[in-house]
Design a protein around this ligand. Structure first.
Ligand SMILES: *Cc1c(COP(=O)(O)O)cnc(C)c1O
Length: 411
């Protein structure tokens, strides 16, 4: 339940004006999420993983709280620069950076090399400039969030390869930090606590084996969101913060003022976002009721993707999360803004010329009529950015930031 008339009234007003679907991001919710992280992890630094939602008013809201930027492309680095972030608050980590990417970013962000090839390329570029460049390295460690051994993957440099590498070959760079992002969407304190402990041990190992000057330990993301209203429980950030503070105090006795960084995308914005569409037709076919809304998979694809995944699952199987495209079957709530009290079982479908734009099947909704507004929750992260909005040349959804005073910022 949205249960907040400030938000639902803003939805109604904007739909009356636009007559087209849109995303609404609630600034108060974003601020609440970010401030909770700062409160619960006072001695940690946070970076906003902007790929989750690069809508500028959202980005400004978050950076305004003092977060730095986890940039995954040269353009994302540039957004940080345009906002006015200093170099040390933009960490550029992505696989497969090109020479052009590295050249464009090296003066504006801390580069995090994703491979031995990238380390060598950065060494070459730094040499051309005649500088000694401090760089981070993304490590593929000898652990994951779920196991005590490493796993093959496309990200980073295997721990063993890093320790075996002859860094004397790279005179123009100096390793100043490590980065690992094991995975997203974890809701258990114990899992993240163990992961952080592993990260601190990895940092010590890098110092011991490589003589690294450890300026930062970037532990990546992992802080999850309770997507499913019925089956998920919020991560206890206060408990994780307290456990982590104790570990950090111990680490600081050895490593002094090292920056310890956590990245977050979804936690800041997921629950602040709503996809708002409207009913354009209601019909019945062979005994099934269809409620048709405007722009489904071309407006917010993830509910339709979940249906598609479900269609290929063996009976009774549970689909594994595949972030950020698929989290779980019941990740999103559908709420019809209506005073209607009678309800019925419906299939919620879209107005596209494909049969795959099914947002939900067999759900119970209040009796819908043409013109009713339908809001979908948890649409703040990996929502607009993942959606093929050009499909069938429908108008793209708008995006708005709802401010505390009720105003809506469009850009
Ligand atoms: C996408 C990403 C994140 C953000 O993950 P969330 O689950 O949205 O918090 C953090 N770090 C890295 C390296 C990422 O690629």
């Amino acid at each position: 339940m949205i249960g907040n008339t400030r938000i639902t009234q803003a939805m109604k007003n904007k739909m009356a004006e636009l007559e087209n679907p849109f995303y609404l991001y609630d600034q108060e919710t974003i601020l609440g999420q970010v401030r909770r992280l700062h409160r619960d992890f006072p001695d940690f630094e946070f970076l906003y993983s902007i790929k989750t939602n690069p809508f500028l008013p959202v980005v400004k809201t978050i950076l305004g709280e003092g977060l730095g930027l986890d940039a995954a492309s040269l353009r994302e680095v540039e957004i940080g620069v345009e906002y006015g972030l200093p170099k040390e608050k933009i960490l550029y980590s992505a696989p497969g950076k090109t020479e052009r990417d590295l050249r464009g970013a090296m003066d504006h962000a801390i580069l995090i090399a994703d491979s031995l090839h990238e380390l060598e390329l950065i060494n070459k570029l730094a040499g051309e400039k005649g500088v000694k460049l401090g760089v981070g390295v993304r490590v593929n460690p000898d652990f994951t969030m779920d196991a005590d051994h490493g796993a093959a993957g496309k990200f980073g440099i295997d721990e063993d390869q890093l320790f075996a590498y002859d860094f004397a070959k790279l005179p123009n760079i100096e390793l100043i930090g490590i980065h690992v992002h094991a995975r997203s969407q974890e809701l258990h304190v114990e899992v993240l606590k163990k992961y952080y402990a592993n990260m601190f041990a990895l940092a010590q190992k890098c110092i011991d084996k490589l003589g690294m000057k450890m300026e930062f330990i970037n532990m990546g993301g992992g802080i999850g969101v309770a997507y499913s209203t019925e089956n998920d429980t919020d991560l206890d950030t206060a408990a994780l913060g307290a456990e982590s503070a104790a570990m950090l105090a111990e680490l600081r006795q050895k490593l002094g003022g090292v920056r310890v960084i956590i990245e977050t995308g979804r936690y800041a914005v997921c629950t602040a976002g709503y996809y708002v569409t409207r009913v354009v037709d209601v019909k019945e076919s062979y005994g099934t009721k269809f409620v048709m809304v405007q722009s489904t998979l071309n407006g917010f694809i993830r509910p339709s993707l979940a249906r598609l995944i479900a269609a290929y699952l063996p009976e009774g199987a549970v689909a594994k999360g595949n972030e950020p495209l698929f989290t779980k079957m019941d990740a999103f709530d559908f709420e019809l803004l209506t005073d209607e009290t009678a309800s019925e079982k419906v299939n919620l479908v879209g107005n596209l010329c494909t049969g795959t734009d099914i947002m939900a099947a067999g759900i119970t909704l209040p009796k819908a009529k043409v013109g009713d507004i339908l809001a979908i929750t948890k649409a703040g992260s990996y929502a607009y950015v993942l959606t093929p909005v050009q499909f069938s040349s429908q108008p793209a959804p708008g995006q708005f930031l709802l401010c505390a005073d009720g105003s809506m910022i469009a850009e």
